[in-house]
Design a protein around this ligand. Structure first.
Ligand code: G6P
Length: 615
């Protein structure tokens, strides 16, 4: 939620900040703003409701002078999206400007106290309160900006990543974080701040991921210094970014989402690389190798996640219980953390997260950690908070995912869970050798099968999208390990095309959704050959008897469902085990094309953000 950037150096800050904000727009896009420090008397501050491009248009020919600056793209929490609530925010004397990602929970109390002291506020935001608090401390205590920020941060509760500039200290830029992410990029005599590394990678590969309650002070003369909010010096841990710039561009595709759908064969290949070998018959997850015994001996595995990652967790439950015979519970992080759950020391808690920054998932993990459980992560963004707070973990290696609707992150999460289930099953001796071998062969064939599937099914998906794009409701059905894929299919459609959609276990349809079926209603069904085939065929008959329109995902060679369905998409013949990954593709493509045909903003759907760093 919200993206922030900052720059100090010899270059013009404006283009760097704007480009950075465009890269971070996936984190929020209801308003944007920048502040450029021109000289000790002048900050050029512009902010605007709307997207980064609206801000650029608004700035037009106005002055963009300054080689120190900060920027923000917002996902509203306190106060509606409008020009006034947009960041940066000024202190009362307009000498300090600040951008913020997070929520200051006690802002109300602080605001009241500041009002009593004569402060007046123009916006509804918690952020404006924070910058006034810094100003107040500085003026009354006669302290430096850095000290005022440190004292203020000790007074606020909640989450923050902030970057601050001041007319009084024009050679400085200061950033700090707690719970929301902040990265510092170290160039030659120049420094960058950003919510993630994507705005930085173009300029430098050397970065420092700030830890909670750390303040990074950059000044032109002395470079970077880090202190804690309790005023202890911290030596910066500089890491090298592995990200390449090209992965942040659309590369000829109309949208990031489409590019990311097409990247899945490569992403899964990267995810499997060095972790699974069918010829030699092994699966090994290096990142959690030291915890293999502990996982194999666990009494219970608890998977916590949100959104699409939660759906991947559900597939993981089917995999792990089937192959490794360990009970698995899949929990919404937001529910888990607030419901006083039973957590034991021999529980293994696995967090699944694309961003590694989801606030609820982080809080749930911390809670499990405090209660003594082993905590592991399945994360995409390297160096993210979850990857750092877990005991161990494994990266999905999907590469940066920019489209707000998750695609390649999901299929790589499912692939990792499949490998994890195979690994634990093998270790516990709960999977027969023949099945183990067959399944790793199936896994290894996935990238090739996916490549063919995407190429062949895209045209069919366009035709189907054309037919059903005007629907107001849709139902997605699946059974067994394809039930979570039905949930994910429904989520994809609703989040990018705004068509109301529900995912259901096919047999549960009789207990409610069947009442909605009429000749207008498209019902997407995963009806592939395998354990549940006959049952799903019966469910399709039930739909057809009520004149519903059936769009089925079938296995190549199928004839029964092909005849019954109004439309169908074929996926390659494969073991039930990998079908969830294959069946996901047509749902992604259909949702994508429907959204495009409905003129929706596919990469940045309304009200959503990719990284939900507030609870
Ligand atoms: C947001 C995104 C979803 C994502 C969810 C969880 O809602 O729009 O695509 O699945 O957050 O995010 P995470 O980064 O933890 O996987």
């Amino acid at each position: 939620m919200c993206g922030i950037v900052g720059y100090i150096g010899d270059k013009k800050a404006y283009p760097i900040l704007i480009k950075g904000l465009s890269r971070l727009e996936y984190r929020g896009y209801d308003s944007a703003g920048i502040a450029l420090l021109e000289n000790v008397d002048k900050i050029n501050l512009y902010k605007r409701k709307g997207k980064v491009q609206d801000l650029v248009d608004f700035i037009g020919d106005e002055s963009t002078v300054g080689n120190v600056g900060i920027g923000h793209t917002r996902w509203a929490t306190h106060g509606p999206p409008n020009d006034t609530n947009a960041h940066p925010h000024y202190s009362g004397n307009s000498r300090i400007a600040l951008v913020h990602n997070g929520i200051i929970e006690n802002y109300d109390t602080i605001k009241e106290a500041l009002i009593k002291k004569g402060h007046t506020f123009t916006s509804d935001t918690d952020t404006e309160v924070l910058v006034h608090l810094i100003e107040d401390i500085q003026e009354n205590g006669g302290v430096s900006l850095e000290e005022a920020i440190r004292i203020a941060l000790n007074e606020v509760h909640g989450a923050y990543a902030i970057v601050v500039i001041s007319k009084d200290e024009p050679d400085k830029i200061i950033g700090a974080k707690k719970s929301s992410p902040l990265v510092v990029g170290l160039g030659e005599d120049e420094y960058y701040f950003a919510s993630d590394a994507t705005p930085i990678v173009e300029y430098t590969k050397n970065v420092v991921y700030l830890e909670d309650q750390q303040i990074a002070i950059v000044d032109r003369k002395n470079g970077l210094r880090i202190i804690s909010t309790s005023n202890k010096e911290v030596s910066p841990y500089v890491q090298e970014l592995e990200m390449e710039l090209e992965v942040l561009e659309k590369g000829g595709y109309d949208h990031f989402m489409l590019k990311e759908i097409y990247e899945q064969p490569r992403a899964i290949k990267d995810s499997l690389r060095g972790r699974l070998n069918a010829k030699e018959g092994w699966v090994s997850l290096g990142g959690i190798k030291d915890y293999e015994d502990q996982i194999a001996k666990a009494n219970r595995i608890i998977i916590i996640a949100c959104g699409t990652s939660w759906h991947a967790g559900l597939v993981g439950e089917y995999y792990i219980e089937d192959l490794a015979r360990i009970p698995v519970e899949v929990e919404y992080a937001s529910e888990f953390r607030y419901r006083n759950p039973i957590i034991r020391k021999d529980d293994v808690v696995i967090a699944i997260s694309q961003s590694g920054e989801t606030a609820d998932t982080i809080a749930a993990l911390n809670m499990a950690k405090e209660q003594g459980a082993t905590i592991l992560g399945i994360v995409n963004v390297v160096g993210s908070t979850i990857s750092r707070i877990t005991d161990a973990g494994t990266y999905t290696h999907a590469g940066p995912e920019i489209g707000v609707a998750s695609t390649k992150a999901f299929t790589t999460q499912v692939s990792l869970l499949a490998m994890m289930a195979l690994m634990i099953g093998k270790k516990r001796g709960t999977i027969e050798d023949e099945r183990f071998q067959r399944l790793i062969e199936e896994m290894e064939m996935l990238p090739t099968k996916l490549e063919g599937l995407i190429e062949k099914s895209n045209e069919f998906c366009i035709t189907i999208a054309e037919k059903y794009k005007d629907a107001s409701n849709a139902l997605f059905l699946g059974r067994g390990n394809n039930f979570p894929i039905a949930l994910e299919g429904a989520l994809k459609l609703k989040e990018i095309s705004y068509i109301h959609a529900e995912g259901y276990p096919a047999a549960e349809m009789k207990h409610g959704p069947i009442a909605l079926i009429d000749e207008e209603m498209p019902i997407f069904v995963i009806a592939t050959q395998g354990a549940n085939y006959e049952k799903v065929v019966s469910n399709i008959q039930e739909v057809k008897a009520r004149k519903g329109k059936v769009i089925a995902i079938i296995t190549k060679g199928d004839t029964t469902v092909k005849e019954l369905a109004d439309d169908y998409i074929k996926i390659p013949d494969a073991d039930d085990f990998v079908v969830p990954i294959l069946a996901t593709i047509p749902f992604q493509l259909m949702s994508y094309h429907i959204a495009v045909m409905r003129n929706c903003n596919v990469d940045q759907p309304r009200n959503l953000a990719k990284s939900v760093t507030v609870e």
